[in-house]
Write a protein that binds this ligand. Sequence first.
Ligand code: HEC
Length: 102
Amino acid sequence: MKLLTLAAAAAFALLSSQAYAGPAEDIVAKEKCSKCHTATTTKKGPSWASVAEKAKGKADAAEKMFVYLKTGGKMSDGDDHKKVEASDADIKAIVALVLAAK
Ligand code: HEC
């Protein structure tokens, strides 16, 4: 019985952590960033963990990423990256989310 209770508690914790969504998570879901990015696997775009790794120790990384997402920066293949239609505060929250990925 004890094991079952533990398993149920673990399952609940997992579910509730996935169900939690702040504004940044909501926008990422709405804008379908996950078509090309996930936290840890490389799809069409780099994983956010690898983006965060590259940004480590660069003082201007967060600001550059903010501008990149707000204005739809150029990607290395010359195409424009998707522009994020959100308030500055929300875009900052997305940057924080990306930089926190590991
Ligand atoms: C159509 C595919 C696609 C979608 C949708 C997409 N991205 Fe990207 N993203 C890319 C690719 C490809 C790159 C790599 C850019 C390059 O080649 O320089 C990238 C790069 C990035 C980077 C790293 C920029 C850097 O400084 O290296 C961030 C952050 C990012 N995307 C966030 C997002 C967010 C947030 C969304 C949703 C609003 C999103 N992306 C939607 C394809 C996509």
